[in-house]
Design a protein around this ligand. Structure first.
Ligand SMILES: Cc1ncc(COP(=O)(O)O)c(C=O)c1O
Length: 341
C-alpha cells in the first residue's frame, strides 16, 4: 500500500506541485539513453541551449484518472506520443518512440501514485512531457543534444462549482501563420498567445478566439483549445485547418458524437460570419474536456449560442460520455485506456 498524500483534492487548481519523481532521458550521438527517474526537479543545461534561444522545444499534456475501483487510467497516451513526434519532426528534433513515451508516462505515474487524486474528487494527475534542445550551440541550427522529460502534478477539477458557459472575444492577433508551426505543440505558439489572452481577460472574457491567419474569416482555436459547434440539425462540426493543434479531445469527441450519440460529424470551415448556424458551441481540450461557449464577441456584438448561463443538452451529453470514458465509467473504444494499475 503506497503512502497517501494529505491534500484538499477538491481545492486544487492548475498549479505546480513538486511531486516525488520525474523521468529524464538524454539523446546524444544519435540515440536516446535508457532514461531514469530522478528526485531533483531542477535540470542543468548549457546557457547556449537551442531551447532557450531559438525555441527548439515542444511539450505535451495528458492526464491520469483514478477510477471507482481505485485503478489508474491513462487516456490515449499513444496519441500524445504521436503528436509529440510530429512536433519534433517540425523542429528537426529526434523523436521518441510511442513505446518509450508511454512506458515513461507509466513509470512517472507509478512512482507518484499517491499523488493521483481519489475518485470522485474530480481532480486528476496531469503529466507534462517535454523535449528540448540542449548542449553547447550558438548558430541557428539543431542542437547537438536533447532532453526528454516527464513530470506530473495533481490538478483540480476544472469546473469546481459545476460546468458553466463562458464568453470569448475574437483576437486582434494571429496565433499561427498559414504554413507555420500552429499544428505543432511548440512553446513559441504559447509565448505569442499570452498577450492576446491577457487583453481578452482584461476586456472581461475568458479568453480569445483566433481566426485563420490567411483570411480572418474562419474560427481556428479557442485560446489553447479546439472549437466545436452543434448545428441546428444536430451535426457536430469542428474546424479543419493545417494551423490548428490537432486536439486529442477533439478527435475523441468526433468519435463519441458519431458512435455513442449517433450524430453526424463534420470537420470543415466554421465561418465567423455564419456563426448562427450553431445552436451550441464549446472549446475542447485535456484541461476541461469541454468548456461550453456562452457567447462570442465579434465586431461589437455578442453572439449568444444556447445560453450564457446554462450548458446545452448535447454539449452536456458529449462531456458526460467522454468524462465517463476517462474515469472508467463508460466503456471505452479499444485502445483508448492504458491501465497503469
Ligand atoms: C493550442 C491548443 N489547442 C488545442 C488543445 C487541446 O488539445 P488536447 O485535446 O490534445 O489537450 C491544446 C491543449 O493541448 C492546445 O494547447
Amino acid at each position: 500500500m503506497s503512502k497517501v498524500v494529505d491534500m484538499d483534492w477538491g481545492k486544487l487548481r492548475f498549479d505546480y506541485t513538486k511531486t516525488d519523481l520525474r523521468y529524464i532521458s538524454i539523446w546524444e550521438d544519435g540515440k536516446w539513453d535508457e532514461g531514469k527517474l530522478v528526485e531533483d526537479n531542477k535540470i542543468t543545461i548549457s546557457e547556449a541551449s537551442t531551447a532557450l534561444h531559438y525555441g527548439q522545444q515542444c511539450f505535451e499534456g495528458l492526464k491520469a484518472y483514478r477510477t471507482k475501483e481505485g485503478d489508474i487510467n491513462l487516456f490515449r497516451p499513444d496519441q500524445n506520443a504521436k503528436r509529440m513526434a510530429k512536433s519534433c519532426e517540425r523542429l528537426l528534433m529526434p523523436t521518441v518512440s510511442v513505446e518509450k513515451f508511454v512506458d515513461a508516462c507509466i513509470q512517472v505515474v507509478k512512482a507518484n501514485e499517491h499523488f493521483v487524486p481519489p475518485y470522485g474528487s474530480g481532480a486528476t494527475l496531469y503529466l507534462r512531457p517535454y523535449l528540448i534542445g540542449i548542449g553547447d550551440n550558438i548558430g541557428v541550427k539543431p542542437a547537438p543534444k536533447y532532453l526528454f522529460g516527464i513530470f506530473c502534478v495533481p490538478v483540480g477539477p476544472y469546473f469546481a462549482g459545476g460546468m458553466k458557459p463562458v464568453n470569448f472575444t475574437i483576437a486582434d492577433y494571429d496565433r499561427a501563420a498559414p504554413f507555420g508551426t500552429g499544428a505543432a505543440k511548440v512553446g513559441g505558439n504559447y509565448a505569442g498567445s499570452m498577450m492576446p489572452h491577457e487583453l481578452a481577460v482584461k476586456a472581461g472574457f475568458a479568453d480569445c478566439i483566433y481566426l485563420d491567419p490567411a483570411t480572418h474569416t474562419k474560427i481556428e482555436e479557442v485560446g489553447a483549445a479546439n472549437f466545436f459547434g452543434i448545428t441546428k440539425d444536430d451535426v457536430f462540426v469542428t474546424p479543419d485547418s493545417p494551423s490548428i493543434l490537432p486536439s486529442i479531445t477533439k478527435y475523441s469527441l468526433l468519435h463519441v458524437a458519431e458512435h455513442y450519440l449517433n450524430m453526424k460529424v463534420e470537420e470543415r470551415d466554421c465561418f465567423i460570419d455564419n456563426i448562427d448556424e450553431f445552436k451550441e458551441a464549446g472549446a475542447c481540450g485535456t484541461a476541461a474536456v469541454i468548456t461550453p461557449i456562452g457567447g462570442i464577441q465579434y465586431k461589437d456584438k455578442l453572439h449568444v449560442f444556447h445560453s450564457e448561463t446554462e450548458v446545452g443538452p448535447i454539449t452536456k451529453k458529449l462531456y458526460d460520455t467522454l468524462y465517463g470514458i476517462q474515469f472508467g465509467e463508460v466503456e471505452a473504444p479499444e485502445g483508448w485506456i492504458v491501465k497503469v494499475k
